[in-house]
Design a protein around this ligand. Structure first.
Ligand code: MG
Length: 367
């Protein structure tokens, strides 16, 4: 399937290698990309919207016969689209780079092309990490010096469904996982936890998606959830409500984690004013290069680190998973929530994020 996906790609420089390029001439980076819409297995009912698909773009960087895979996923609330990602990627001329290990330089170049486009930049960053890992013959968690045995369990996300039968099915699907993440901020916050608790006592984590609109309600929910085996609460209130969130943190029995509040490295220090921890996602951070720096800075500031994802194929999820050994909590279920994955990569084994020994980001195309 992936071959067909890229069938219309321009012919790669490496394919022309022996015919057109003199021996020993350094290779060049050849970027190609195609839209790929992700089909969600269940409609996502979030505090502020519902959706059944997520737009995505699949990326390849080819260099001297090796291919690095990358991916952009664009949930609508982040403001990127297939059009904006492909327009941005079309502006990039990666053929000016002959060394794929110049990841810092390539990020500087990508910033110079446009300031935002974080998912688009992430797709290039992921493909570069996959490519350079393959050149070195090592997975990135090893290159970073991380112990894969330290990966945490992942949470598995469910959202409320007013149909009790559908709700029961959703809860049944959580049975292989050791942590369940509950989307809140709607009118049924307590019902979903009560429904869950009728079936399981696994720890839950809560993502309010900015849905609690006053600090007293948020505090009451934090106490209620703490009594029901909740580990932490993610983005309880509007990302602009910094003072109210700081007020809540002072009083909450549960850690308060920033998600929508923060995107990139400079946001980590701001988050420390009001939150106990941060949720790092590659589509916000512009990829693995900055995500690693964010994790290190958050640790240095004494903050908790959570690793999240969007709905993504195993490509972007496996890229994020390379960082899993240095985080407190993982929410890497994006590939499990879609019906049309086109990669084999990291696995969830007995609830735990499980990395493989493949080089780069550890994926191979399937399907
Ligand atoms: Mg979140």
């Amino acid at each position: 399937m992936l071959g067909a996906l890229f069938a219309a790609s321009p012919i790669s420089l490496s394919a022309l290698d022996s015919a057109t390029r003199p021996a020993n001439r350094p290779g060049r980076l050849n970027l190609s990309f195609r839209p790929y819409e992700l089909q969600l297995r269940h409609a996502f009912n979030l505090a502020r919207n519902q959706r059944t698909t997520t737009p995505g773009v699949q990326v390849q960087i080819e260099y001297d016969g090796l291919i690095g895979y990358g991916e952009a996923s664009m949930p609508p609330y982040l403001g990127e689209s297939v059009a904006s990602v492909t327009e941005y990627l079309s502006k990039l001329d990666l053929s000016q780079f002959s060394d794929p290990f110049r990841i810092e330089d390539i990020h500087e170049y990508m910033e110079s092309v446009a300031p935002n486009n974080r998912a688009a930049k992430a797709s290039v960053d992921i493909a570069l990490h996959d490519l350079t890992g393959k050149i070195m013959g090592q997975p990135w968690y090893r290159i970073w010096g991380l112990n894969p045995d330290k990966c945490p369990n992942t949470s598995f996300t469910i959202s409320y469904d007013s149909n009790p039968e559908e709700m029961r099915k959703k809860i049944e699907e959580t049975s292989p996982y050791k942590v369940v993440k509950v989307k809140m901020g709607l009118d049924h916050d307590k019902e979903i936890v009560e429904a869950l608790r009728r079936h399981t006592d696994v720890p839950i984590c809560v993502d309010a998606n900015q849905g609690w609109n006053n600090k007293e309600k948020a505090l009451e929910m934090c106490h209620w959830l703490a009594e029901r085996g909740c580990l932490f609460v993610e983005q309880p209130m509007d990302k602009a409500a910094i003072d109210d969130t700081a007020w809540l943190r002072e009083r909450s029995p549960l850690p308060i984690i920033a998600d929508e509040f923060l995107q990139r490295l400079p946001d980590v220090r701001r988050a420390a004013q009001a939150y106990d921890g941060i949720n790092i996602k590659l589509m916000k951070s512009t990829g693995m290069h900055e995500a690693y720096k964010m994790a290190v800075l958050a640790r240095a500031l004494g903050m908790k680190v959570m690793l999240g994802c969007m709905t993504e194929t195993s490509c972007a999820v496996s890229a994020a998973a390379q960082l899993a050994p240095i985080v407190d909590w993982a929410d890497l279920d994006g590939n499990l929530l879609i019906a049309n994955d086109i990669f084999d990569g990291m696995k969830i084994v007995d609830g735990k994020v499980t990395l493989n020994n493949r080089p780069g980001i550890g994926v191979v195309p399937v399907g």
